[in-house]
Design a protein around this ligand. Structure first.
Ligand SMILES: [Zn+2]
Length: 234
């Protein structure tokens, strides 16, 4: 059976509570990469996730592409989100075990939005090196094991091997892209033979945004029905 890590970006949404309940019910480990600004507006949803064993990762405060930011502004933004995450863990009195970071749009600093173009090749620019060094210095790392050979395992940020494009179903994007329904979303995943491979572990990237979280849940349900095993983060 294929093995996968589940990672979900952009939390919290109006439906985070339902998403957490679904994950707990099905014993699925997951990282929610939160946007600091949304966490500030809806702290209870993230506290509920932490209390239910979901790991919280940092997905920036303002969700601006790193390629458009100066290094100091990027670091300040990341730290603002860090403080909000730390405070959420403190409020529910649960120890945070690890620090994970995912770049908005998977723009790692070179202006390439990997999430939108499905690029598998990773470039190395001076700015990318600066950001990676910062992540390393402040204790961020990625938890994924047995990733495909093409995956840059030296990366300190969290990348992915399969992006579901489920954001096309959020309130802002629905009906503007080729994925228009839950069925389209599932059909696209079903057609991707790479995620059927049992040679290595997959890293699935889904979203939790207003209007589409139920679609993400339906897609996870599809993976369950197709015998995917969801891996723990150690
Ligand atoms: Zn995002």
């Amino acid at each position: 059976m294929p093995k996968a890590y589940l990672t979900i970006d952009d939390s919290p949404s109006n439906d985070t509570h339902a998403l957490v309940d679904f994950l707990v019910e099905n014993k699925i480990p997951a990282i929610l990469f939160v946007r600091g600004k949304r966490l500030e507006q809806n702290p209870k949803a993230i506290e509920y996730a932490i209390q239910n064993g979901i790991i919280i990762g940092n997905h920036s405060y303002a969700h601006i592409a790193a390629g458009d930011m100066e290094p100091q502004d990027w670091a300040d933004d990341l730290e603002t989100c860090e403080h909000l995450i730390e405070a959420a863990y403190r409020r529910v009195d649960i120890q945070r075990k690890a620090k994970y970071y995912r770049f908005p749009y998977i723009d790692r600093g070179d202006g390439v939005k990997l999430e939108q173009i499905d690029a598998r090749s990773i470039s190395q620019t001076e700015k990318i090196r600066t950001f990676q060094k910062y992540l390393h210095t402040y204790g961020f790392h990625q938890p994924f094991e047995n990733t495909p050979p093409s995956y840059p395992s030296a990366a300190e940020d969290c990348l992915y091997t399969f992006t579901a494009r489920d954001w096309m179903l959020n309130d802002e994007h629905r009906d503007k892209h080729d994925i228009k329904t839950t069925d389209d979303l599932i059909a696209r995943a079903a057609a991707d033979k790479t995620i059927q491979s049992e040679d290595h572990n997959h890293i699935l990237l889904l979203h939790d945004q207003n209007g589409m979280t139920q679609d993400a849940i339906a897609l996870i349900q599809y993976f369950l029905e197709n015998n995917f095993e969801f891996l723990d983060f150690d």
